[in-house]
Structures are given as structure tokens and as C-alpha cells.
Design a binder for this molecule. Structure first.
Ligand SMILES: Cc1ncc(COP(=O)(O)O)c(C=O)c1O
Length: 132
């Protein structure tokens, strides 16, 4: 049960104003990130997470993998990217690794003609390419 106090104490006023100041700055930061990536806000959401590992876990947990969908991962990716396969496997999705070049990374052409085209045969697919 919530009991509303009839008047605000000085500390309540401080909490309210610092909360609304935080809201203001978070909204401004979200807007700046979306603008930086040229990402329209009606198509993309900017979500702040504790770190990269946590962000990728959120992607794995929330992506609608199911039988017939695919996850494509570069073979030399970071462990946190590779960890997404657990969510795909649990949903009986196909997991595919893109072979690495001798210098690391993968050839974009290979991804486009091979795995990438198979990705779109599936129901839902996730292609992971993380650039920092
Ligand atoms: C894809 C990826 N995941 C995880 C990490 C680890 O960083 P964090 O401590 O932010 O999880 C890195 C670091 O570069 C990364 O590139």
C-alpha cells in the first residue's frame, strides 16, 4: 500500500528534482546516440546496459529464436557474442559459424552469398557483427 503525504519534505523535493534531472539527461543521451548512428527513433531503441556482455545477453534472451530460425556468428567473435548460441540452441534454431580469415574477422562476401542468404530462408534470423 502506498501512503501519500500531504506535503513534501525538503528531501522529497530534492529526490523529485534529481529524478527529473536524470530523466532529462538520459533522454538527451538516448537522442544523441540515435543521432550518432543515424537511427530513427521510430525504428530503433537505445538501451543503456551495464556493459557489452550484459547487452549481448539481453539480445540473446529477447530474440525470438525458434525452430527454422538461424543465428550466424563469426568464428573468432568475443565469448559474449558466442554465448548467444545457448539461447538459439535452446529454441532449436540453427547456429552457424562464419570462418575467420587468417587476419581475423570474416569476408563480407562469404557472409552475403553463404550464411546471410540462408539466414533469410529462416523465420527469424540474427546475424551478429559487433564493431567497437
Ligand atoms: C563483443 C564484446 N563483448 C564483451 C566485451 C567485454 O566487455 P564488457 O566488460 O563491457 O562486457 C567486449 C570487449 O571489448 C566485446 O567486444
Amino acid at each position: 500500500m502506498v501512503r501519500f503525504l500531504p506535503t513534501k519534505t525538503a528531501s522529497q523535493v530534492d529526490v523529485l528534482s534529481s529524478a527529473s534531472r536524470s530523466d532529462f539527461h538520459i533522454a538527451a543521451a538516448r537522442k544523441a546516440v540515435l543521432e550518432y548512428f543515424d537511427a530513427p527513433s521510430d525504428e530503433y531503441a537505445c538501451i543503456f546496459t551495464a556493459n557489452a556482455t550484459n547487452a549481448l545477453k539481453l539480445v540473446g534472451e529477447s530474440f525470438p529464436f525458434r525452430e527454422g530460425s538461424s543465428l550466424i556468428i563469426p568464428a573468432d567473435c568475443h565469448n559474449s557474442v558466442s554465448g548467444i548460441r545457448r539461447f538459439a540452441e535452446a529454441a532449436n534454431a540453427r547456429v552457424e559459424y562464419l570462418e575467420s580469415t587468417p587476419y581475423g574477422g570474416f569476408r563480407e562476401e562469404d557472409a552475403m552469398v553463404g550464411s546471410f542468404s540462408r539466414l533469410f530462408d529462416g523465420i527469424f534470423g540474427l546475424f551478429t557483427e559487433i564493431q567497437l
